[in-house]
Ligand binder design. Sequence first.
Ligand code: ADP
Ligand code: MG
Length: 349
Amino acid sequence: MLEDKNPQKTSLSELGEFGLINHITQHFKVENPSTIKAVGDDAAVLDASEKQTLVTTDLLIEGVHFDLSYMPLKHLGYKAVMVNLSDVYAMNGSAEQITVSIAVSNRFPLEAIEELYAGIQLACNTYKIDLIGGDTTSSTKGMLISITAIGKANKEDVIYRNGAKETDLIVVSGDLGAAYLGLQVLEREKQVFKVDPNNQPDLDNYTYLIERQLKPEARKDVPGILKELKVKPTAMIDISDGLSSELFHICTQSKVGCKIYEDKLPLDPQVISTCEEFELDSTMVALSGGEDYELLFTVPIDDFEKIKGNPNFSVIGHITAENQGLNLVTRANQEIELKAQGWNALKGD
Ligand code: ADP
Ligand code: MG
């Protein structure tokens, strides 16, 4: 998803609000039969059907959630959609519509908003999502993006955070920690660039990490894979803040404890080598890194045969009684208590 560096700049004031809205929304196609009316009226119209509706929102603020010095706008648009779709998939639903609201200062020309919407559109096309509305307003300084995703699921398929039971297995999709390390690499390059703008970074050893940070993919495939395996998780959550933090949510809401095993945590080889280089503990990074957008779920122990050896999943531990607390069993077979640190906590180190 390389940037098309367009040197042309069109002031947003030339277009006006309605011109801008029309310009950025005109090429979006409707894909889902449940979308009756998308952009263009006072409100979008959706066909409710007999299923349950899932709704989720995220707000992203420049300087807090993203840094445009290394986050290309197209990637930002794509990622902003992924963050929301991930929440719908974590309910075991299918995502169908989004609304996108933006606030931009006149520091941004039209071409910047086009880049942002190119990323949003790529996400919509890839994941078969309809853009059905939003709001456009000005801000005094930075950029702000708020996306709401709407999805649906059969009542009996919805998976909450509160259903985990003692002896259930704890399973995670994909691998952990790469997105956080990607951010560390990008932050380091930003500092190097500040000192010497002619220094061309060599990022070959970090391609996977940077991809995971700048272009994460929501796990749309997981609900389907689970259905095929005839496995219904008892609880599920997506990993946005970090494994520890998400385990806390599941355990607190399910009133259980858990035990996970250090040697079972799925790590990409680039995560291991980059942790060595940055002198970071790869287990800490996997536990507290965040932004992986993988799914964390619990399944009845009887489903072990169906899950084990599946390349999409790693069984990392099991659910215990509430009074056992949350624990990590280290490679040296020591038990340590897990702390609910999000990635911000790690960032502060
Ligand atoms: P209103 O004045 O009723 O708020 P707007 O003029 O803001 O309506 O919006 C007109 C249409 O364009 C609506 O369908 C709205 O949902 C849609 N829209 C506005 N801003 C955006 C945006 N940034 N992205 C996508 N759709 C938008
Ligand atoms: Mg409006």
